[in-house]
Design a protein around this ligand. Structure first.
Ligand code: ADP
Ligand code: MG
Length: 269
């Protein structure tokens, strides 16, 4: 099928199983949210998709091709990745960092981005509201600004598959909405998007499909309406919550009531 299909993916670190027979589908042209508490395995799963963590068993395929098994340079032509926190040691300008998204498409002897590449870089900077930052040195930016630069870099790559690990964790509310809206539009244009996130209300609003992880396993997947239920939130997060729906709104809203201390204590064991 088209899109990303993970089948029984298992990842071990020493004798510890970090991902345990994870299976999920992220449909082409959809936004799939990976949710679940800290340590559930979201980042490990994304790293495994990219071949950065070795599968001890199972398969990960994008449009039928073994994604982690691809040569990195070839994979970069179809798949972009935004890390949980990206640093670069070099003194690059914001424009240079965004232009890194075009490197997979450039020839070895090319020293300057092509005119087409420069247009894509400019368009991404504008879309994400960073045109005024183009000549700033990347390492002088705030965490949220750097995060937007990394998302612009990934968009400039024009990927068919976009993997983002908590891409809005450092962003103010306006930037969160702007970025998620941009991602939605990319999905509507055919990109398959998978993103790990913590904000369940933003997940309900921007994702078509949610995959819930807990302790290295997938415990549920489906539409936000089907997934965001009080029993599941108690079981997975140890939180008592009420689900409300505003008149005319298409999305459920999660109102957190309290941490369930029994569940919180069990988590610390
Ligand atoms: P999430 O992104 O959902 O917060 P991670 O995928 O980062 O979770 O981590 C999942 C679990 O695997 C955590 O308990 C983490 O401590 C553990 N883990 C990750 N990498 C290693 C490693 N190299 N060795 C041992 N444990 C690891
Ligand atoms: Mg993580």
């Amino acid at each position: 099928m088209s899109g990303l299909v993970v089948g029984n993916a298992t990842v071990k670190a020493g004798d510890r199983t970090i991902l345990n027979r994870v299976s999920l589908t992220a449909p082409k042209g959809g936004v799939t949210g990976l949710i679940g508490p800290n340590g559930a395995g979201k980042s490990t799963l994304i790293a495994a998709m990219l071949g950065l963590r070795r599968l001890s068993s199972g398969t990960i395929a994008f449009n039928g091709t073994n994604l982690p098994g691809m040569v990195p340079g070839e994979r970069a032509k179809l798949c972009a990745y935004v890390e949980q926190s990206a640093t670069t040691a070099e003194r690059l300008t914001v424009r240079d960092v965004v232009a890194l998204g075009r490197v997979p498409f450039q020839t070895a002897w090319q020293t300057m981005p092509s005119g087409h590449d420069a247009l894509l870089v400019q368009a991404a900077l504008e879309a994400i509201g960073l045109s005024a930052f183009a000549t700033r040195l990347y390492h002088t930016l705030s965490g949220g600004e750097q995060q937007r630069v990394q998302i612009a870099r990934a968009l400039t790559q024009e990927p068919q598959l976009l993997l983002l690990d908590e891409p809005t964790s450092h962003l103010d509310i306006q930037a969160q909405l702007l970025v998620l809206d941009l991602l939605r539009r990319r999905a509507e244009a055919g990109c398959t998007i998978v993103l790990a996130m913590h904000d369940l209300n933003l997940a309900a609003r921007f994702c078509d499909h949610l995959v819930v992880m807990q302790a290295g396993a997938v415990v549920a997947q489906g539409s936000p309406d089907a997934i965001l239920q009080p029993d599941l939130l108690r079981q997975v997060y140890g939180v008592a919550a009420t689900i409300v729906r505003l008149p005319g709104s298409a999305h459920p809203i999660v109102v957190y009531d309290r941490a369930e201390t029994d569940a919180a204590a069990a988590k610390l064991d």
